[in-house]
Design a protein around this ligand. Structure first.
Ligand SMILES: [Zn+2]
Length: 296
């Protein structure tokens, strides 16, 4: 892929090398709560509180997260290899490009696209869907509308699953963004409702269709990246198809203590996954991604 020097996303939340999210900020909050009665009692305390709140809000407006700054001083970036930093940059460029693609598609339909946040983590992460370890693989959490990714997954994709190449990695990101699209369009909600009270087989069949649609949406992104922004190089499509076919290893089905339901990559046959990715890729049209009324 031709990705270097392109725009990076502002929606990357880098939690690599950090303690489980919220723990540092949580301690700060606890301290504040303890001090609160004292602060409210005195006039000086109230002024201090007001200034503090304004500083916090002001910093937020400027895009600085004070809780993160205080919870993990100097832990970011320092310990990462050049290779891993490059991978993080790559993911950021791919995410930015999905934003570009989906903004354009949504705009065509008179809608605005709400961009997802992508959380980079290492080993364990806390999400609104529960805590998860890297073993679950990348996943999307509808409750906080974030994609969670441990970059080590790409190493496994290459070495264990036999799907090397940057476009294979980009496909993984685009697939997770596909779940975000399903969430903001209400598709995921409909799928959940349709499966309520139904047999495991019905729920599973719905889940297959949902996964295949995310593949198709990933293909729609690939179409735009290749045709409108010239990001693809010879062999890239094959890389993505290889990844679509390869991801199905049990590694992805492993649960981390049953906390987070992992992205069900394993559902849908390799052939189906390849077919639906290709369908989105060739048409660039999300209307072609109606896996729910298609005959599988
Ligand atoms: Zn998925």
């Amino acid at each position: 892929m031709d990705w270097r020097g392109r725009r990076q996303s502002r929606n990357i939340e880098d939690r690599r090398g950090q303690p489980l999210q919220g723990s540092g900020g949580g301690a700060g909050l606890l301290l504040l709560l303890r001090l609160l009665p004292w602060l409210l009692r005195s006039r000086v305390g109230r002024v201090v509180l007001a200034v503090g709140v304004m500083a916090f809000v002001g910093a937020r407006l400027l895009g600085i997260d004070l809780l993160q700054l205080t919870s993990a001083p100097g832990q970011q970036t320092a310990s990462f290899s050049a290779e891993e930093q490059q991978l993080a940059e790559f993911v950021s460029v791919v995410l930015a490009d999905t934003e570009h693609t989906w903004q354009a598609i949504f705009a065509e339909q008179g809608m605005s696209y709400e961009e997802p946040v992508l959380v980079l983590f290492s080993q364990r992460v806390a999400s609104a869907c529960g805590t998860a370890s890297s073993a679950v693989g990348p996943f999307y959490c509808p409750a906080d509308r974030r994609v969670y990714l441990d970059l080590s997954f790409f190493r496994d994709l290459d070495r264990q699953l036999g799907a090397p190449g940057d476009f294979a990695q980009a496909y993984v990101v685009a697939h997770e963004v596909g779940h975000h699209i399903q969430t903001i369009l209400g598709i995921s909600h409909q799928v959940r409702n349709a499966g309520r009270g139904k047999s495991a087989a019905v729920v599973n069949a719905l889940s297959v269709r949902q996964e295949l649609q995310a593949d198709c949406f990933a293909g729609v992104w690939g179409h735009a990246a290749g045709n409108y922004r010239d990001m693809l190089e010879p062999g890239d499509l094959e890389e993505a198809l290889q990844a679509a076919a390869a991801i199905g290893d049990d590694r992805l089905q492993k649960r981390s203590g049953g906390e987070v339901v992992p992205d069900s990559f394993t559902h849908g046959t390799s052939a189906q996954r390849v077919e639906w990715f290709r369908r989105g890729f060739e048409s660039g049209d999300m209307a072609q991604c109606d896996t729910f009324s298609a005959q599988l």
